[in-house]
Design a protein around this ligand. Structure first.
Ligand code: ADP
Length: 425
């Protein structure tokens, strides 16, 4: 029966009781008493229905009480809602079970933390890496159980953009990487993985490049010494020797630049971010660069636009090498009569250091790969300009270790703008 229909039936029933009571009252001369009796009957019936409903709601697994009219409709509606609720709960539970079993079988440790940092759930790998046991540790503050100072700092700081790598407290040969993401309005999902192999391989690569570059320096110095001697010799100051010596000098110089950049790159990679603590005056650095350029290359113009004097916390030498690489590139890849503009600005999204040129520009397809080591847009041009192909790789590393963003805008034939965007203090 529809809602309106059952209300009508209920009303009809009430009117019938009232009419019967009135008729009985009229026949007996006790109209008021009979009407009260009739209404009491109706109330008792409703109370009885309410009592049945309450009893049924206490035992929701039982079938709903049988009834007609509005009460039947109420029971049916509640029963329908209960069934829908049960189905939805079942579906939700199976999704939760599915997620839990997939998290549980992961090789990475997974810990779910509440907003206050209490452990809600953890998987078997979290027990292997961190000694956390579910359900034993449920409700315990994670900082009470993981007594690793680096993790404490990381968690309390709440800056989770970068993962944290630390040696295992009990087994320093094991390197763990912690990653935290927030979800469901403030709870935390903590991932822990074993990155020992990755870190070791990366370290081996860095050591190898560093050692090779270092080892090659000695033979190169010997070459250079002999080339200087040969170049100064009277007997060899005729063709074809002068040309050969000139070319050898050029290549030795190129190799020296390459080794210097490689060694510098491996140094930047190995200095940890937290050791970069100088207050660096970027505007002052640009002024120094302009002065140096004025002395070494007076034909080229470096125009400065210094909108602020904000300093940033970092490593002066690294920042200087990044900025001078950007300036050198801008000069290299634009014509001599075009000025290069370097600016230092305080914007809403950070402190911007931008080097802009009106040079040859770069086609969009090259932009994503530009900061790879030895990536060149045009090999033949690179040979002419004499770069090492490591300049932008150095810039990218310096940016990363100062938590800065490297942004590149360029248009072929119109010029390029390279910006380092540092986070506001
Ligand atoms: P390189 O030593 O070859 O300059 P970089 O790593 O500094 O190496 O730059 C990589 C490549 O990016 C360069 O070979 C060049 O093709 C391109 N490039 C860098 N800066 C600019 C610029 N300001 N204008 C045009 N092309 C550029």
């Amino acid at each position: 029966m529809s809602l309106a229909g059952s209300w009508r039936a209920e009303l009809r029933k009430l009117l019938l009781v009232l009419a019967a009571s009135a008729a009985l009252g009229w026949a007996t001369g006790l109209t008021v008493e009979m009407l009260c009796l009739g209404l009491s009957g109706v109330s008792v019936n409703w109370l009885w229905q309410l009592w049945r409903m309450r009893r049924w709601l206490e035992h929701p697994d039982e079938a709903p009480p049988e009834s007609t009219g509005i009460w039947g409709l109420v029971y049916d509606t509640i029963y329908g809602l209960q069934r829908e609720n049960r189905d939805a709960r079942g579906r939700l539970q199976s999704t939760v079970d599915y997620l839990r079993s997939s998290f549980a079988s992961m090789r990475d440790g997974v810990v779910i933390l509440t907003q206050s940092g209490a452990i809600e759930w953890s998987n078997a790998a979290a027990e292997r890496f961190l000694g956390l046991q579910y359900p034993r540790d449920r409700g315990q503050p994670v900082l009470n159980l993981l007594r690793w100072p680096a993790f404490h700092d990381y968690f309390l700081k709440g800056e989770f953009q970068q993962p944290l790598q630390v040696a295992h407290a009990a087994n320093p040969r094991l390197i763990l990487q912690f990653e935290i993401t927030t979800f469901a309005g403030g709870d935390f999902l903590l991932f822990v993985r074993d990155v020992t192999r990755v870190v070791q391989t990366d370290q081996m690569r860095r050591d190898f490049v560093g050692n090779v570059s270092h080892e090659l320096r000695t033979p190169l110095t010997v070459f250079k010494g002999y080339l200087d001697t040969l170049g100064a010799s009277e007997a060899l100051s005729v063709e074809p020797y002068t040309r050969a010596i000139g070319q050898m000098n050029g290549q030795v110089q190129r190799m020296e630049n390459l080794l210097t950049d490689l060694l510098w790159l491996s140094r930047i990679e190995s200095v940890r971010e937290e050791r970069k603590t100088e207050a660096v005056d970027m505007a002052g650095m640009l002024e120094e660069l302009r002065e140096e350029l004025r002395l070494s290359n007076p034909e080229r113009l470096l125009v400065l636009e210094l909108d602020c004097r904000d300093t940033i916390v970092g490593d002066y030498r690294e920042l200087r090498s990044a900025v001078s690489n950007l300036v050198i590139n801008a000069l290299k890849y634009s014509s001599d009569d075009e000025p290069v503009v370097a600016s230092w600005r305080h914007e809403e999204d950070g402190l911007h250091l931008t080097v802009r040129d009106r040079g040859i520009g770069i086609d969009e397809q090259h932009l994503p790969r530009l900061t790879e080591r030895f990536y060149r847009v045009d090999e033949s041009r690179a040979a002419k300009t004499g770069g090492t192909g490591l300049g932008l790789a150095i810039v990218k590393h310096v940016a990363a270790s100062h938590r800065a963003d490297l942004r590149i805008e360029s248009e072929p034939g119109r010029g390029s703008a390279f910006s380092l965007v540092f986070p506001l203090p």
